[in-house]
Design a protein around this ligand. Structure first.
Ligand code: PEP
Ligand code: MN
Length: 358
């Protein structure tokens, strides 16, 4: 259930609403917009739903009371109409600009990490990626440099000024990854690792949650809900392809997720065409399509010599290919940035609590 307070409602009126909710063992969760507060109700509303709607609707300062049917509450746009904007080292994600995350699949050594970092920074990347703890399908494949890799990533960040993102695979790694990286990535294989989700929810750093390769949108948002309800509202969603019957590509990129998520949730949405396709030559067209569909950003793998890469070389871009792609992406983004409105927001209609970017 969400309670929208009127513009001009007093703090005492909002407090009275919160107190009323607590009498029913429900927890109020405030979302402050620019003009008013929206209170989301957490807990088991069902048994007292009709009674509460009746009581709350007539309280002073209350504009509307809407029962929410969606199982995800804090991540739902109903409870938080304004877009969430995440800021790391002065770089914003979800503010209408284009986020470009790039770097190697795995950090292999100092030279390649620094060389790649400088190349992607020069070509327009806004966030630097690099895997230190690698989730590999085979136990015999390169598993990443671990903490040594994290230290190299932090050094590359210092040299280029770019904020960083890297994967954390288990709760015991959260502290060290959060110490060295600006954004924590939860990979596709761990999307429903609930103890990891709870741990990154308490880490105090933004989290990028990749879609499980067999997960529905609702399961994905429920996973994000674990992070947000553990105390971390700074979550980015990343569509990275799902498994279908198609075998030509590594996964099938589900681009409908982009507008769908912008409608269902206030969290920023990024697309990873590298893992979605598994093929270098498909990365650029799918990145362009993602931006055209309204993605807040993309994440791509880049390597100084992809044929020699220790992981995912076949989908990694060369420096030249990356520079060519970013210039095309920026052009597409310029063209579409005002076009991807939420279809449920008609022209001129202002959403409660603020305006919607998409
Ligand atoms: C990655 O981005 O390094 C990665 C392993 O991606 P995914 O979890 O989407 O497979
Ligand atoms: Mn990879």
């Amino acid at each position: 259930m969400i309670i929208v307070m009127s513009i001009g409602a007093t703090e005492q009126e909002a407090t009275n609403v919160r107190d009323q909710l607590r009498q029913y063992n429900l927890t109020p969760h405030d979302n402050y917009g620019t003009q008013r507060v929206v209170i989301a109700v957490l807990g088991d509303v069902a048994p007292v739903r009709d009674l509460l709607v009746g009581k709350l609707s007539v309280m002073p300062g209350v504009e509307s009371v809407t029962p929410i049917t969606r199982p995800y509450k804090l991540t739902s746009r109903e409870s938080h109409p304004e877009d969430t904007v995440i800021e790391v080292l002065g770089t914003k994600v979800g503010d209408g600009g284009l986020t470009i995350m790039a770097g190697p699949c795995s950090i292999e050594n100092r030279d390649m990490m620094l060389e790649t970092a400088h190349a992607v920074a020069k070509a327009g990347a806004t966030i630097l990626r690099g895997g230190a703890f690698k989730p590999r399908t085979s136990p015999y494949a390169f598993q990443g440099l671990g903490v040594e890799g994290l230290i190299l990533l932090a050094e590359a960040s210092k040299e280029t000024g770019l904020p960083t993102i890297t994967e954390v695979m288990e709760p015991s790694q959260v502290e060290v990854v959060a110490k060295h990286s600006d954004i924590l990535q939860v990979g596709t294989r761990n999307m429903q690792n609930y103890s990891l989700l709870t741990a990154v929810g308490k880490a105090g750093k933004p989290v990028m949650l990749k879609r499980g390769y067999g997960a529905t949108i609702e399961e994905w948002l429920m996973a994000a809900e674990y992070i947000v309800s553990s105390g971390n509202p700074h979550v980015i969603l990343c569509e990275r392809g799902i498994r279908t019957f198609e075998t030509y590509t590594r996964n099938t990129l589900d681009l409908t997720a982009v507008p769908l998520l912008h409608h269902l949730t206030h969290l920023p949405v990024v697309v990873d065409p590298s893992h979605a396709t598994g093929k270098r030559w498909l990365v650029k067209p799918m990145a362009l399509a993602a931006v055209a569909a309204g993605a807040d950003g993309i994440m791509v793998e880049v390597h100084p010599n992809p044929d020699q890469a220790r992981s995912d070389g076949e989908q990694s871009l060369t420096f030249d290919q990356f520079a060519d792609m970013t210039s095309a992406l920026n052009q597409i983004h310029e063209m579409v940035k005002t076009l991807n409105k939420d279809p449920f927001t008609m022209p001129g209609q202002v959403k409660v609590g603020g305006t919607s970017k998409h």
